[in-house]
Design a binder for this molecule. Sequence first.
Ligand SMILES: NC(=O)c1ccc[n+]([C@@H]2O[C@H](COP(=O)([O-])OP(=O)(O)OC[C@H]3O[C@@H](n4cnc5c(N)ncnc54)[C@H](OP(=O)(O)O)[C@@H]3O)[C@@H](O)[C@H]2O)c1
Length: 311
Amino acid sequence: MKVMRFHEFGSSEVLRYEDVDRPVPGTGQVLVRVAATSFNPVDDHIRAGVLAEMIPITLPYVPGIDLAGTVAELGADVIGLEVGDRVVAMLPLDSAGGAAEYVLAPAESLAPAPRTTELVDAAALPLTGLAAWQTAFELAELKPGQTVLVNGAGGAVGSLVVQLAVDAGAHVTAVDASQHADRLRGYGADRVVGPLASTAGPAAVGGPFQVVVNHVRVSPEELAQLTNYVADGGVAVSTAGPIPEDPARGVRSASLWVRSDGAQLTELVAKVDAGKLRLHVAAHRPVAELAAVHEEAGTGRLPGKTVVLAP
Ligand SMILES: NC(=O)c1ccc[n+]([C@@H]2O[C@H](COP(=O)([O-])OP(=O)(O)OC[C@H]3O[C@@H](n4cnc5c(N)ncnc54)[C@H](OP(=O)(O)O)[C@@H]3O)[C@@H](O)[C@H]2O)c1
């Protein structure tokens, strides 16, 4: 089968399109015929080698943490699935990914794919959906009626946090460039504002907020500014660098390290099928172009969430 993989860390040029043997599912594993994976910023960091200590991968490595596809073969002791089922998963970060014709997935990572989207577009959901869920409900412990500021709201994770927060009954202020504004209003954000000017302060955007969520990779100084947007007793959660706490005001802080969870993914899929969670796919690219996708992401030219189609 065809895979896209790299044998050494480096720039996007280390990615190679190669033929390998089709894997055989072991106990508790499912062989999935890949329809698509999607690009996430962490793919770029893993390939560059900057996460080698945190995510100990084995080379050669097939990238692609997201998976949408159909069950091709079941390993021993796998129950509740049948060949031909449409599934999605966030694959383990340290094993072969979805930039391939086939991939092995742990059975417990799988959820039924949404019925209301194209199967390939469902590859936009797993990692970002789980990141959004764990940010909103596990780390921020979001409650109905709370005020929430989402920085980087138009991005892949931010768009899902906005929708989960609105669905949970929170009042959302979404921060991102103006090109995302109409879409963010469509998700139900109460207020949509442009990037936070360092001098404007929380009152200028209707703050402070009980929950502040950050998805923008900024300097430590800019992260420290975000603490000022959190109300006394509130919480700041970031997926892109730690926001300092302020114990004197009872402001706590948490950083996300997303994990695979088939049960949470099943709940996210149900929200997609109920029309409460919309997936925004900016582009579809064949896996043979994955090196170009990585290169464009690294230079800020990727148009948004990019689904990568299997061979
Ligand atoms: N630790 C974890 O477990 C985990 C999990 C998932 C994601 N992450 C991280 O979370 C971050 C977001 O991921 P993503 O997939 O959502 O990325 P993304 O799609 O690129 O989203 C980032 C968003 O931030 C916007 N933005 C850039 N500069 C901004 C500014 N100064 N003010 C307001 N908005 C700004 C971007 O707008 P434009 O598109 O207009 O530039 C984009 O909409 C990445 O750093 C990723 O690595 C971490």
